[in-house]
Design a protein around this ligand. Structure first.
Ligand code: ZN
Length: 144
């Protein structure tokens, strides 16, 4: 059992970061109070809170590979996936999940707009082709 040089909490051996404050742990951390004091003394007044917050927040917010796979599998379900994406985009606690859902919704919107454009273009082309072929059929019938 090692002790954090920043806050003094007990940390499991081999842990890279303190479980209490998120401060990086020395590889050869030993539970010696002298070492703790010598580490603490020079850093008084210089404890970057932003870095500590980053270290303690980051591991909980990261989505694993399984979460991404599960998300995209869920999005394959036609209506349920869309509902989940909207719900998560509005109020997911995990910022990564929120951003992922928003990105998915934007992509879905783009693909819907593109498919509508494609449909309009194809139907216009199709009607043009049928009118041309109809004319050619009519001209063939007119000629004896
Ligand atoms: Zn600590």
């Amino acid at each position: 059992m090692a002790f954090c040089s920043n806050c003094g909490a007990s940390v499991p051996d081999g842990a890279g970061f303190c479980v209490e404050c998120g401060a990086p742990m020395a590889r050869d951390a030993v539970p010696s109070s002298a070492r703790q004091v010598s580490h603490h003394a020079p850093s008084t007044g210089y404890t970057p809170p932003a870095q500590e917050a980053y270290h303690s927040e980051a591991p909980r917010d990261v989505l694993g590979v399984g979460a991404y796979v599960g998300f995209f599998l869920l999005m394959m379900v036609p209506l349920v996936g869309l509902i989940f994406a909207i719900v998560w985009a509005c109020g997911a606690r995990n910022p990564n999940l929120k951003n992922l859902s928003r990105a998915y919704l934007i992509l879905t919107l783009i693909s819907i707009v593109l498919s509508i454009c494609l449909f309009v273009a194809l139907s216009a082309l199709f009607s043009q082709l049928t009118s041309v072929s109809g004319l050619s059929v009519l001209s063939c019938l007119m000629q004896p």
